[in-house]
Ligand binder design. Structure first.
Ligand code: 4AD
Ligand code: MG
Length: 447
């Protein structure tokens, strides 16, 4: 038995006989030479089957191979800088080949397919190179997130998925029945994170979150993954410092660890290399002014040359507004001090100017939109009760949350980073539907 190796490890085995196990990605038939592109999940390698080097049976099988047939091949690893697939150029000089199953009529062929056709076949589409690269980068982003937080004193504390109350507004709740009482799928673990900091100081939760978003956009999913760090004794400036270190680390780690995948996606790396702290910071007021100047000049934003329309102070930004602001900077940009009315109930108002709150959103460059949302949290119990009433939220459901302000309340802050937005930005993918293995969208829950 020869050693079974993974395609990404092939460079370590030059001159040795090894076995690869995988699926046929593509084949070029040159008569006595069959060039097989084999994928095994870690990469794609070329396996060269020369009639003279294999048994007649093995050669016949190689000729018959169709896309996505499963197979095991044994051969000698050769270095050839011209060989496609494995970075640096490595291929397999095949000595034996065994087909496990001949796949028939695989529906996703190298020709162009429509997006609905592909989404209906998402269970197969994830095998394609582009999707493979995106989902490998997603996993790397998640690893970088966990590594950074674990190494910077944040404790992972899991928060519930089934919850009795809203964290981010009642209009996007997914209701469910909890043995006769109404319950909702969580929109955010933040409120529980706020309890957890009083026990552990710095915490984070990471999991799926749910929003019944009623509109179709390229940035919204019904189910998305969010990492939410929360920090005791932390105010807005420090929060921004944490965020810029954290986001830069993720970007630089992906550049280093997933260069091959970024190449598959033809990502412009120079834009990502520029992401280094500190990030620019502008207030909501300044952003409004920038937008209204641009609107007056008739400026438009990519990808569809949408006009930058004027904005009234107090309104939330639309996607073209965010894109316009982000386009003015090389790094992600912080927009802080949004109008209190436009934000969630728990945000700390600015004491001298309560119409704005100590909130901060981070907008990604190149028009990928808001990647994090965060704030300083209200720490006064009376102010919080007032805010809960003002937002018409059921006070009893938040009794425990108000309690946190009664036993050693401290200034504290946190933020949430949407994984799919981060993946879309780093991969240069214009719609979040490709950034999660099985997207849940307004009109889609299959497969
Ligand atoms: O700005 P959001 O709603 O903030 C919160 O949920 C806070 N409780 C977080 C916190 O302070 N702990 O969401 C945070 C991020 C957004 O910036 C965005 O990246 C992402 O989550 N996000 C979505 N991603 C995909 N689909 C959706 N429907 C999203 N809604 C928010
Ligand atoms: Mg937000």
């Amino acid at each position: 038995m020869t050693k079974i190796v993974r395609i990404e490890d092939m460079p370590q085995y030059v001159g040795e006989e090894v076995t690869l196990r995988g699926w046929l990605h593509h084949k070029t038939d040159k008569g006595r030479l069959q060039f097989l592109q084999i994928r095994d999940g870690t990469g794609i390698a070329q396996a060269v089957v020369f009639k003279r080097n294999v048994s007649p049976q093995a050669f016949k099988s190689a000729r018959r191979l169709s896309q996505e047939s499963s197979l095991i091949v044994t051969g000698v690893v050769r270095h050839d800088s011209r060989a496609p697939g494995v970075p640096g150029g490595y291929e397999l000089d095949v000595r034996d080949l065994e087909v496990i199953q001949f796949a028939q009529d695989y529906p996703i062929t190298p020709k162009e397919h429509g997006i609905d056709f592909l989404l209906d076949r998402r269970h197969l589409w994830i095998r394609s190179s582009r999707q493979w690269a995106i989902l490998r980068i997603r996993a790397e982003i998640i690893k970088a997130i966990r590594d950074w937080l674990d190494d910077h004193g944040f404790l992972l504390v899991d928060t519930p998925i089934l919850t009795p109350s809203a964290a981010e507004g009642t209009s996007t709740l997914f209701p469910t029945d909890y043995h006769g009482t109404p319950a909702y799928l969580t929109q955010s673990g933040q409120l529980y994170n706020e309890a957890n900091i009083f026990a552990f100081g710095k915490v984070y939760c990471f999991g799926p979150t749910f929003r019944a978003e009623k509109s179709k956009t390229r940035r919204h999913l019904q189910e998305f993954w969010m990492v939410e760090p929360e920090i005791a004794f932390c105010q807005l400036d420090e929060l921004m410092e944490i965020e810029e270190q954290f986001v830069s680390y993720i970007v630089q780690t992906v550049l280093r660890e997933r260069a091959n995948e970024l190449k598959v996606l033809k990502r412009d790396l120079s834009r990502l290399e520029a992401v280094q702290p500190p990030f620019p910071r502008i207030s909501y007021d300044e952003a409004v002014e920038m937008i209204n100047k641009a609107a007056a000049k008739g400026e438009t934003v990519p990808p569809n040359d949408e006009p930058v329309v004027p904005i009234t102070w107090g309104d939330d930004f639309g996607a073209p507004h965010e894109t316009y602001i982000a386009m003015q900077f090389d790094c992600p940009v912080f927009v802080h001090h949004y109008p209190s009315e436009a934000k969630a109930f728990y945000m700390e108002p600015e004491p001298d100017r309560p119409e704005v709150c100590r909130s901060v959103d981070l907008l990604a460059p190149e028009g990928y939109g808001e990647i994090t949302g965060g704030s300083e949290r209200m720490s006064d119990p009376e102010l919080l009760i007032e805010a809960i009433r003002k937002h018409h939220l059921p006070e009893d459901a938040y009794a425990w949350y108000i309690d946190l302000r009664r036993y050693g309340s401290v200034p504290h802050s946190g933020f949430g980073l949407g994984i799919e937005r981060m993946v879309a930005w780093l991969c240069g993918v214009d719609h979040v539907r490709e950034t999660i293995p099985y997207p849940r969208m307004l009109n889609r829950i299959y497969p």
